[in-house]
Write a protein that binds this ligand. Structure first.
Ligand SMILES: [Zn+2]
Length: 497
């Protein structure tokens, strides 16, 4: 009793602010800490790196790799530096043309590696020499990793994410399905989409589907080897749950895009690791612009308006000066209303869309999320700071997530995307936590959401011992299981301040 009285006396003599801190909830203490560090970029960055951020829903595998690793793999694989020094190509090196082994080129000129890294990323980008948009997309011409390196690329993504205390990613890659375009080319085009379906039935793509699934098996096996998964010293990347979106190129002939989409849908339906599809390549390309409405109809038809497979679409990754204003007026709306997209990638030009308020209201009402890629919008489109429509979506109540897009090319990561959002819109701890939770709520993971589930209504999310009914939900739902893990990580994170 005496000891307790002394302790109470000590507490009563504490300064008021300190006493208040002791009685605050972990969330309030975390918010207080965030407010103390938010104006100090290094302190805020350390906070955000340690924060569990839910997941990355918009991550292109080819753009996620830092160019240093393409250079390293090029040397290890005996690749050649092309005569114009703009690309690495398969051996044997065509010495008559001036190609040389990459290893030799780097040995004789050590500055070469730095030049390649600059050429294959936005590092040291010089805006006086070319546009960010053109340099960004040109980086993809310089390297094309061998199939044997896809697992290395995926290992880099998951390891980097886990080091940022984040354990879910949806990776975009074509998984070799572009091979289907040849079948479409041979079938020829007719604007009658029903006739196109008859010409290109799913059975014709069985080999493409089989090869795509094999490639996923190979990638996963390589990741497990590289990260020593299951061993005592395994890399934390082994704990990351990976799902995939198959991508189709929007810059090709309609019959090729049609066939590619049939194949992508079949892969998604055949393999539970593949949770959706997406269209990629520059949205302002002349073919992308010319065929945009047609592409939306094709996706609508082949996915039954997003009900046969999940659809996320790059839409509105434009500015009204990059393209004629009329082309910036309807892409997001049609991705939602025509194609049945459940998520919009970028949506940067929303303010310039016709009927923007209707589209925003519909996205909010139907829970169609927008994937913000802030660094990407800056380096490709020149849209940065308060010019980015983050606040527009937020005030309309549209669910938002933060993503990296091409973290290797843009020289970013998910923590830095959070930092951009934090500093630009002065976000609260509650906002940041909401963004982390959205990454799982609006993921394409299978299963019911934890939030609002009666089975877990009486449980503390993330607790070590869920009730039997809640445990049954967690066993049955991939989504709820990831959400539970995030809640438990967030509780641990909040407990430290
Ligand atoms: Zn993208």
């Amino acid at each position: 009793m005496l000891r307790r009285t002394l302790a109470l006396a000590a507490l009563l003599t504490l300064p008021t602010a300190c006493a208040r801190t002791l009685t605050q909830s972990p969330a309030a203490r975390t918010a207080r800490h965030l407010d103390a560090v938010r104006r100090s970029p290094p302190e805020a960055m350390a906070f955000l790196r340690a924060m569990p951020k839910g997941g990355d829903l918009h991550n292109h595998l080819a753009g996620a790799v830092y160019a240093e690793h393409f250079v390293q793999w090029g040397v290890e694989d005996g690749m050649c530096l092309r005569h114009d020094a703009a690309a690495i190509v398969e051996p044997p090196c065509d010495t008559a043309r001036g190609d040389v082994p990459l290893a030799d080129a780097l040995r004789t000129d050590p500055t070469r590696a730095r030049a390649l890294i600059d050429a294959w990323s936005m590092r040291n980008f010089d805006a006086s020499r070319s546009s960010g948009h053109d340099h960004f997309f040109a980086t993809f011409d310089g390297f094309d990793a061998r199939a044997s390196r896809y697992g290395d690329m995926l290992a880099e993504v998951v390891s980097r994410l886990a080091r940022q205390h984040t354990y879910y990613v949806e990776v975009m890659q074509s998984l070799g399905t572009a091979a289907a375009m040849r079948t479409g080319h041979d079938a020829g085009w007719t604007p009658d989409l029903a006739e196109m379906e008859r010409r290109l039935p799913p059975e014709r793509f069985a080999d493409v589907v089989r090869a795509a699934r094999q490639r996923l098996d190979d990638e996963e096996a390589r990741v497990r080897t590289l990260l020593r998964c299951g061993q005592a010293d395994e890399d934390p990347g082994c704990r990351v749950t990976v799902r995939h979106l198959v991508t189709m190129y929007r810059t090709v002939a309609p019959e090729e895009l049609f066939a590619h989409t049939v194949a992508a849908v079949e892969v998604a339906r055949a393999d539970p690791r593949v949770v959706g599809i997406n269209l990629v390549a520059p949205e302002d390309d002349p073919v992308s612009l010319r065929d945009y409405r047609l592409h939306m109809r094709i996706v609508d038809r082949l996915t039954a308006h997003g009900t046969r497979v999940n659809v996320s679409l790059h839409a509105g990754e434009l500015t009204p000066s990059l393209v004629p204003p009329e082309d910036a007026g309807f892409h997001i709306r049609e991705a939602v209303t025509v194609a049945g997209a459940r998520r919009i990638g970028h949506g940067t030009d929303m303010a310039f869309e016709d009927d923007a308020s209707d589209t925003l209201a519909r996205m909010a009402r139907e829970g169609i999320a927008v994937e913000h890629c802030l660094t990407s919008a800056d380096v490709i489109l020149g849209v940065r700071g308060l010019d980015h429509p983050f606040a527009l979506y937020r005030s309309a109540g549209v669910p938002q997530v933060l993503c990296t897009d091409d973290e290797g090319v843009s020289r970013t990561d998910l923590s830095r995307e959070f930092h951009r959002a934090l500093t630009t819109w002065n976000l609260s701890w509650r906002d940041l936590k909401g963004l982390a939770r959205n990454a799982l709520t609006y993921s394409f993971l299978a299963g019911a959401s934890l939030w609002g589930a009666p089975a877990c209504a009486a449980d503390v999310p993330g607790s070590a011992h869920p009730s039997p009914a809640c445990a049954a939900l967690l066993a049955a739902s991939d989504r709820a299981r990831e959400q539970w893990r995030l809640e438990s990580d967030l509780a641990r994170f909040e407990a430290q301040w």
